[in-house]
Write a protein that binds this ligand. Structure first.
Ligand SMILES: *[C@@H]1O[C@H](CO)[C@@H](O)[C@H](O)[C@H]1NC(C)=O
Ligand SMILES: *[C@@H]1O[C@H](CO)[C@@H](O)[C@H](O)[C@H]1NC(C)=O
Ligand SMILES: *[C@@H]1O[C@H](CO)[C@@H](O)[C@H](O)[C@H]1NC(C)=O
Ligand SMILES: *[C@@H]1O[C@H](CO)[C@@H](O)[C@H](O)[C@H]1NC(C)=O
Ligand SMILES: *[C@@H]1O[C@H](CO)[C@@H](O)[C@H](O)[C@H]1NC(C)=O
Ligand SMILES: *[C@@H]1O[C@H](CO)[C@@H](O)[C@H](O)[C@H]1NC(C)=O
Ligand SMILES: *[C@@H]1O[C@H](CO)[C@@H](O)[C@H](O)[C@H]1NC(C)=O
Length: 774
């Protein structure tokens, strides 16, 4: 010990003799006047929670003054002083108090950063103190009594970089006109200000995110508890986060605090422009919530992908799903590209490709003069413009590692058909490309015309593909469906439409619209055929058939387990959100029932037959008659004659949820055995907090998460309310099933009460014995 300390003491004495300045004592939390900090010296907050000193981020060789957590293994910087003025030699640079300001001087002793207080505001006796909440403050005097915020001359919390700490503020000082906002880092190696900012919206009680000054996301208004656009805050409040919004004549700001001081949590604006609430989980930072969701398509990070901030670019895969990293890319030149979803600043195509590869949600990338563009989820509006066309760009589309890729018969480049497994958008992207390529091939052969990305088939070809419509898959309200195999071995489902009363042009336009709708939870339309009275639609084929086969007719060994049922409920809801809210024209499905829910190899549900009600015409009574067999799913307003809205689908969805729970049809009872009408029973049990698991399909042997069953029953009950205004929109249903929003106890709908009372004459719309309304 003595041998080790002596040299240090001697060195210190020598330096003391050489310099007026005192050397910083170790482990102090304060930098006093005439003290300096350089090299590897740091100051540590009194409780050891935070440390300040020089650091160099990522692969950078430059140095910055920063504050990081003192007690966790992963160096996590929460604040940077000289973001734009890095230092090359930390040993000759100094952080010091000079004329009442905290100042950083570089190797040549020239000021590169300072707290910038004017001479009237500064105090010659000021010192800098690193507080235990991560705030670096400049205050007068040394005594611990001067720690009242009112006496701070300057605080790092008022000058945040990309991190918003608990206790820090994002806001606006109406007197000094100074704004507190976050600015993203340029990249993980460079803390200089990036393109993204997070600022208070001075006009409304919300805050906004901007990219290069243009707003791309708003938090939604402050409702006294949370921002409406961040429903996750509701859950956060329950688990110990307190949020406040203050608006008075002097200032307006937002602040949050965490009740449990041992929890480490921070909010950052990351290099991709996402706002994230992160929480330290012992081994790393976990994302508690993030906004905005980069993609409207569910599962931003791909199915089973996990967002994880410090690992750039912020998506990682859960163990067991790493295979997607092995993905390869298919080069598609001559494409008119959709709007990019994210732009990255990288130096080469290789870096762009690897950024896409390691992000499980990334489905395609392009690298050219425009930089590195990445796409997440489905790619809409991908257009083939021709390889010789100067507006054409080259896009690289990810092929799932598990997809089978095979060549078409003619083309050298190959018509690539991906039969990707799983709920992956890759399938949809490739189908779009497939369609685009088909279009090109057929153009060169001078054959049929195409609507959008849809293929126009000849009747003769579909007749051959389906072996003259011999393999019937099912029948529906709009016509029968047959299995077919195209010449390139793609299996498809061909629907023969009955009684479409539209002109050729309108028909093609409507079908074209349906063809542009792409979502993991919607069955994809591939093509169409219309020759005279013969009208056919060609859809992707889904291996596991429709939900009713699994729910009502399954043999014991193939019973859908509860977690699958829950995922199916969630998937259908997401598909409906897309139809109701995300498409350009709102689409009401009008016929949600298990027969119209198809399941792929992984039992990922896809809603089929959408858009057809519109095709048949606005005369909904017509649809009503074609729905004779599925009355059990019809909302009461179908019979009352009022206009049908998306809430009619919500009702049908609710009825379907009851069937997912019970494993039998709601209508599976004689018209007079109403006491057994399952939805009435389930509503009663749910509302009276009875034996929820007792409602469950017997084949599940009670093996289900009671909380989830209860949630599903409550949601179902809300969905089948008589008054459509009381039914939740599908987006709310998704939030509830995702666990983001809690669901309250519903009232028992009048319609179900009537049935509970077992008075046959009151049975209105659940049995086939009623007549169609006028
Ligand atoms: C700081 O150093 C200057 C000379 O460099 C000296 O005049 C001043 O008294 C010192 N202040 C303190 C508080 O030590
Ligand atoms: C110190 O900063 C000044 C002003 O920014 C600059 O001109 C000078 O080159 C810097 N010195 C070193 C050694 O980088
Ligand atoms: C801090 O203030 C209290 C009373 O407000 C006083 O008793 C105490 O001595 C002060 N401590 C110092 C270090 O000034
Ligand atoms: C928002 O506030 C800014 C400055 O406070 C003002 O210039 C602008 O007109 C306001 N915009 C609206 C829509 O009120
Ligand atoms: C940011 O906006 C400015 C002016 O609007 C523009 O010149 C610049 O190219 C933009 N930068 C990026 C990276 O988009
Ligand atoms: C606003 O500032 C003035 C002057 O500092 C002060 O008197 C007043 O109490 C402040 N108002 C609020 C609501 O804090
Ligand atoms: C290139 O493609 C665009 C968009 O499809 C089209 O308008 C334009 O005429 C094409 N130009 C040539 C030279 O083919």
């Amino acid at each position: 010990m003595i041998m080790r300390t002596y040299p240090n003491v001697i060195l210190a004495l020598i330096i003391l003799c050489l310099s007026n300045n005192k050397i910083l004592s170790h482990a102090a939390d304060t930098l006093s006047p005439n003290q300096t900090l350089s090299g590897d010296q740091t100051i540590v907050s009194s409780g050891g929670n935070f440390e300040l000193g020089f650091f160099s981020p990522g692969k950078s060789s430059k140095y910055y003054i920063g504050i990081w957590y003192g007690k966790i293994t992963e160096k996590t910087v929460i604040w940077v002083a000289n973001r734009e003025a890095p230092i090359s030699d930390k040993n000759s640079a100094q952080l010091k108090i000079s004329e009442g300001n905290l100042m950083l001087v570089n190797e040549s002793q020239i000021e590169v950063w300072s707290t910038g207080l004017s001479t009237t505001d500064s105090r010659s006796s000021a010192s800098a103190v690193l507080l235990d909440d991560g705030n670096l403050v400049l205050r007068q005097g040394l005594g611990s009594n001067s720690s009242s915020p009112a006496q701070y001359l300057w605080e790092s919390f008022d000058n945040p970089s990309h991190t918003w700490m608990p206790g820090g503020r994002i806001g606006y000082n109406k007197i000094t006109k100074k704004k507190q906002s976050l600015t993203s880092w340029k990249n993980s190696d460079d803390p200089s200000p990036g393109l993204f900012t997070h600022e208070p919206d001075l006009n409304q009680s919300q805050y906004v995110l901007r990219r290069n000054n243009s707003e791309y996301w708003a938090s939604g208004a402050w409702d006294g508890f949370i921002f409406s656009g961040i429903p996750e805050m509701r859950t956060a409040r329950k688990s110990g986060y307190d949020y406040t919004f203050v608006n008075n004549e002097n200032e307006s700001y937002y602040m949050y605090k965490i009740r449990d001081p041992s929890l480490l949590s921070r909010q950052i604006l990351d290099v991709s422009g996402q706002l994230k609430q992160l929480m330290w989980m012992g081994a790393g930072w976990n994302v508690y919530w993030y906004q905005p969701k980069q993609c409207e398509v569910p599962a931003y990070c791909g199915e089973f992908g996990v967002c994880n901030e410090p690992s750039f670019p912020f998506c990682s895969c859960l163990e067991g799903f790493k295979h997607r990293r092995k993905d390869e890319f298919m080069m598609s030149p001559g494409m008119g590209l959709p709007q990019y979803s994210r732009l990255l600043r990288v130096e080469s195509r290789g870096e762009c490709k690897s950024a896409c590869s390691i992000d499980c949600s990334c489905t395609a990338y392009a690298y050219d003069e425009g930089g590195c563009s990445l796409w997440d989820g489905g790619i809409l509006n991908l257009k083939w413009v021709g390889e010789g066309n100067s507006s054409g760009r080259t896009i690289y589309i990810r092929l799932s590692a598990y997809s089978s890729v095979f060549r078409g018969q003619k083309s050298d480049k190959g018509v690539i058909i991906g039969a990707a497994v799983g709920c992956s958008m890759v399938v949809l992207v490739m189908l779009a490309v497939l369609a685009a390529m088909w279009e090109r091939r057929r153009r060169s052969c001078g054959t049929n015309k195409v609507e959008g990305s849809l293929v126009a088939f000849k009747y003769k070809d579909l007749q051959n593909a389906t072996k003259n419509f011999s393999d019937k898959l099912g029948g529906g309200g709009f016509g029968s469906v047959y299995r077919g195999t195209l010449p390139n071995s793609t299996v498809v489902a061909v629907k023969k439409l009955e009684s479409v009363n539209q002109g050729e042009k309108q028909f093609r336009a409507e079908v074209g619209t349906i063809g542009t709708i792409q979502h993991v939870n919607l069955v994809r339309l591939l093509g169409l055929c219309r020759e005279g009275k013969k009208q056919l639609l060609v859809y992707e084929y889904l291996q596991n058939g429709s939900l009713d086969l699994h729910l009502f007719k399954a043999d014991e060994s193939k019973v859908l387990d509860w977690s699958m049922r829950y995922q199916i409920a969630l998937g259908i809801a997401r598909g409906l959100v897309y139809l109701h809210e995300k498409c350009r024209d709102c689409i009401i499905h009008c016929d949600i029932k298990p027969e119209n829910i198809l399941l792929d190899t992984d039992f990922c549900p896809k809603v089929g037959d959408f858009g057809l009600a519109k095709l048949i015409g606005r005369d909904f009574s017509r649809v009503l008659t074609t729905m004779r067999g599925t009355r059990g799913y019809l909302a009461p307003e179908w019979l009352s004659g009022v206009a049908i809205t998306t809430k009619a689908d919500v009702y049908s969805y609710g009825m379907l949820l009851f069937e997912l729970v019970s494993g039998r049809r709601n209508t599976e009872l004689s018209a007079y055995d109403t006491a057994n009408f399952f939805p009435s029973l389930a509503a009663s049990v749910t509302v009276n907090r009875g034996d929820i698991l007792g409602l469950l399909d017997n084949s599940l042997n009670g093996d289900a998460d009671e909380e989830e069953v209860s949630t599903i029953c409550k949601v179902a009950c809300w969905c089948v309310q008589d008054d459509e205004h009381m039914r939740p929109p599908m987006s709310r249903v998704v939030q509830i099933l995702e666990g983001v929003v809690a669901v309250s106890l519903p009232p028992i709908p009048q319609g179900l009460k009537v049935l509970l009372a077992a008075r046959p004459e009151h049975i209105v719309f659940f049995t086939d014995s009623t007549t169609t309304a006028n």
